[in-house]
Structures are given as structure tokens and as C-alpha cells.
Ligand binder design. Structure first.
Ligand code: DLL
Length: 433
């Protein structure tokens, strides 16, 4: 099932021809309208007319989050303010947010790409979409909302928070699709259980989860606890919002990135050079149809790999693998690179352990230390101390064996690690203080 069969299944030569055409016209537009790009292209000694092939994209300079911050709030906009109909922003960890603007056409395209994403996840007209992504400056709520309406589904704009009420509404309104962060979905399941509601008896068929890294093991856990098919959706506000890439329900192997609107590249974050197909690296995206704030070779900091192999669903758009995290979230602990999602995979695979965890990194006499705080289930928590000690040892050993890092596992009482209604906080790195 497709939303826009023609474009979703465009043969690659036609898709690439379209990309080149759109790339060139986008470059002409930013060169004419955005001083930052005119300067950076001039410095690189390249003008839009010199771009003759998709390979030439590599000759263009990257754009970074810092560039966006430096031109706060509207400096990178390529359309006049009279044409901007919506403004979003991402919160970021420090200082000012990153601001993005959309023209009518941008909103139309975003809605279509979200509608495509819904269909790719197995949703359709007639579905009741319970949209628990936050509404506001965050792109999750409104992005999914407009896509759901475009699709012709019924959308419940519940936003995040007030979990008990969410559960009542899902039950009473007969929601069939759930959209929220993966961590919030688990929180909902937990609350439902406490309320005596069996999540599996709800009408939910599909969950479309994203906005934060999660692991394959977490997917199994969610599918098990919520009784639905869990689909991974990716996006970032700088590029558009949710719906830049999504898994297809047919394969659930990699996220199709909508290549008629975005050109993806995977680079080595150190050298900036492209890596081979299938190799991990940082995702760089060039938007080729955006009007409000087009971005040339934007460094997402997200780590993934790409494949152009055909997919059983028939879509011809390349697939990126599940994000292992952001390069700036990668922890280097005594020289070993560790992504929180790797630890998550290990924890979720251990019986008695709940998928709620926090990694606390510190530096003690020049040595990095990692404490893995993880909740155990009620049953186990009331067990003998010896049993708990054995479990802690097992977690420490598995993490050491699989990732090569020494840690101490701290088992904590059920429901003590802070829950999130949006993006979960998984790491506290005290070394930076
Ligand atoms: O999180 C947009 C979004 C909303 C995506 C709803 C999916 C669903 P930002 O707040 O700008 O936008 O954060 C973007 O979140 O660079 C990734 O690091 C991370 N991220 C988003 N989706 C995924 C995912 C929205 N599926 C940042 N897996 C991105 C891993 C993700 N990380």
C-alpha cells in the first residue's frame, strides 16, 4: 500500500534525475536569497551552475547546527517573512533554540510525507490516530497531526501528558494507531497496568514511535507489552520534523528516506568524506524542495548507515538503519565508544529488568566510571538480596563482555527512574560539569 505510488516507487534513474533537477533549483534559490549560502559557496569557489551531477554535491560545504545558531532566529530563511506560515523550534541542550520556518508549500509537502509515512506504517483512512506527540514548538504533534488529516484518518490531538486520561480516551474512542515517543509508550503501558487496564485489549494495531533513539530489543518489549506493531519513524526539525524517514510495515528493516525531497549522504564524522554503502557514519541531509529554510548538506549528528538495495515493499527510496544515537550522545568511557542504545539492548534482554534505565558517567581520580541504574520488576525486588546481587553481577558481566566497558550496576526500585512524556533522558554525564 502506498500513499503516492508514482513517487514512492519511482525507478532510481528517474528519481536521481528529479533529485538533480531539484537540487540545482534549490541551490539557485539559496544562492540568490541567503547571504550565508552565497558567502559559503563563494568561499568554496562553487556556484550553483557548476553542479552537473549528484556526485558534485560533495563539493559543497556542510551546514551545521552552529551555523543555524549563528543566524538566529531567521538568518537562514530563504523566503520572505510574508510567506512563512508556521514557525517551529527545537529546544537543544544549551542556549537558544534552533528556529525553522515553513511556507504553505512546505506544510503541504510535510503533510504529504507524513501521510506517506502513515501508510508505510500500515495506517489508513478510517484509522483513529491517537497523537500523543507534544503539540507546540516541537514538530512531533503538529507534524503527525497534519499528516493524519491529509491521509483522511481521524486524529485525536491529545498531545503529551495526563497519562490516565490518555488511557481512558484510547479505550473509549477506540484508537487504532498510537503516535508518541517509544519511552512514553512504555510509560503508558505501565500506567494502564496500574489502572487495571489491559493494553492488549485496546484496539491499537500500530504504534509509530520516534524522536529519540531506541533499540530493536525495546521494539520487542513494546510490541509485547502493548500488543501492537511498533514502527520506527525518524525526523528532525531542522530538516522538516517527523516523517523524513520511516520503516515500512512489510519489511521493518531500515527506514525509507523520502528521496524525492531529501538527498541523504553518510560521512565519516572525522574526515567529512563519504563512507561506503552499508558502513556506519553520520547522516547528512540536503533538502531539495523546501522553501522556508532549505539546508545544504546539513550535518544531523545522527549515526546510521544506508542501503540502496530494493525493498520487498516496492518503494525505491533508500533505507537508513535504525539510528544508534547521535555522535554527540556517544559516550567515550575509558576510550571505549558506547551508545546508550547498546546498553539498552543488553538490559532489555535480561529477565526481571524493566526497560527504564539511566546511565551516570563520572570521573574519579582521572578514571571514567559508569553506573548503570536500572529498575527491576516488583517480583524480583521483593526477592532476597542475594538474588539481586547476582542480577547486578550478571548485568555488569554482559555489558563488559559485549561492549568491553566496566560498569557498576545499581538496581533500583520499580518506578523510581523518572518517566518522560516526550524524549527520555538516558544519560547524566557529570564529567562535563
Ligand atoms: O524529534 C522530530 C520527530 C518527532 C521525529 C516525532 C519522529 C517523531 P527534534 O526535536 O528536532 O525533532 O529532534 C531531532 O531526534 O536528530 C535524532 O537525534 C532524534 N531522533 C528523531 N527520531 C529518531 C529515531 C524530532 N527514530 C533528533 N531514532 C534527531 C533515533 C531519533 N533518534
Amino acid at each position: 500500500m502506498y500513499y503516492n505510488e508514482e513517487f514512492e516507487t519511482l525507478p532510481r534513474p528517474a528519481l536521481e534525475a528529479l533529485q538533480l533537477k531539484r537540487l540545482r533549483s534549490m541551490l539557485e534559490r539559496v544562492y540568490a536569497n541567503v547571504p550565508f549560502y552565497r558567502d559559503s559557496l563563494n568561499t568554496a569557489g562553487i556556484t550553483p551552475d557548476k553542479i552537473k551531477s549528484l556526485d558534485d554535491l560533495q563539493r559543497l560545504p556542510f551546514t551545521t547546527k552552529q551555523n543555524m545558531r549563528d543566524s538566529y532566529p531567521y538568518g537562514l530563511f530563504a523566503a520572505p517573512m510574508e510567506e512563512i506560515v508556521r514557525i517551529h523550534a527545537s529546544s537543544g541542550t544549551t542556549g537558544k533554540p534552533t528556529v525553522v520556518g515553513y511556507t504553505h508549500k512546505d506544510i503541504e509537502i510535510w503533510s504529504e510525507l507524513m501521510a506517506r509515512s502513515f501508510v508505510s506504517a500500515g495506517a489508513h483512512k478510517g484509522d483513529i490516530i491517537h497523537n500523543a506527540y507534544g503539540y507546540g514548538l516541537f514538530t512531533g504533534g503538529l507534524g503527525a497531526h497534519y499528516g493524519a488529516e491529509k491521509l483522511g484518518a481521524s486524529v485525536i490531538p491529545i498531545s503529551g501528558g495526563n497519562t490516565k486520561r490518555q488511557i481512558m480516551i484510547m479505550q473509549d474512542f477506540g484508537s487504532t494507531v498510537l503516535t508518541c515517543t517509544p519511552s512514553y509508550s512504555l510509560f503508558m503501558a505501565e500506567e494502564a497496568k496500574a489502572e487495571g487496564v489491559d493494553f492488549k485489549k485496546l484496539k491499537l494495531r500500530v504504534g509509530i514511535f520516534g524522536a529519540e533513539p531506541w533499540s530493536e530489543a525495546m521494539r520487542c518489549e513494546i510490541e509485547e507489552k502493548l500488543g501492537l506493531t511498533a514502527i520506527d519513524i525518524y525526523g528532525l526539525s531542522e530538516i522538516m520534523g517527523p516523517g523524513v524517514a520511516i520503516e515500512c510495515i512489510e519489511a521493518k528493516r531500515g527506514l525509507h528516506i523520502w528521496e524525492d525531497h531529501f538527498i541523504p549522504e553518510i560521512i565519516n564524522p572525522e574526515t567529512g568524506q563519504r563512507v561506503a554503502e552499508g558502513e556506519r557514519g553520520e547522516l547528512v541531509i540536503t533538502t531539495i524542495t523546501k522553501q522556508g529554510i532549505p539546508l545544504v548538506r546539513y550535518r544531523t549528528r545522527d549515526i546510521t548507515s544506508i542501503t540502496y538495495e530494493p525493498c520487498i515493499c516496492g518503494r525505491t527510496h533508500a533505507r537508513i538503519t535504525r539510528m544508534s544515537g547521535r555522535s554527540d550522545d556517544m559516550l567515550i568511557i575509558r576510550g571505549v565508544n558506547v551508545f546508550p542504545s547498546q546498553i539498552e539492548s543488553i538490559l532489555v534482554g535480561i529477565e526481571g529488568v524493566e526497560p527504564h534505565y539511566l546511565l551516570v558517567v563520572d570521573r574519579n581520580e582521572n578514571l571514567d566510571t559508569l553506573e548503570v541504574q536500572v529498575e527491576v520488576n516488583e517480583l524480583l525486588f521483593s526477592d532476597e538480596v542475594k538474588v539481586l546481587q547476582r542480577l547486578a553481577k550478571r548485568i555488569e558481566k554482559e555489558i563488559k563482555d559485549m561492549l568491553g566497558v566496566t560498569c557498576s550496576a545499581k538496581l533500583v526500585e520499580p518506578k523510581t527512574i523518572q518517566r518522560s512524556e516526550g524524549k527520555a533522558r538516558r544519560v547524566i554525564d557529570n564529567r562535563k560539569l
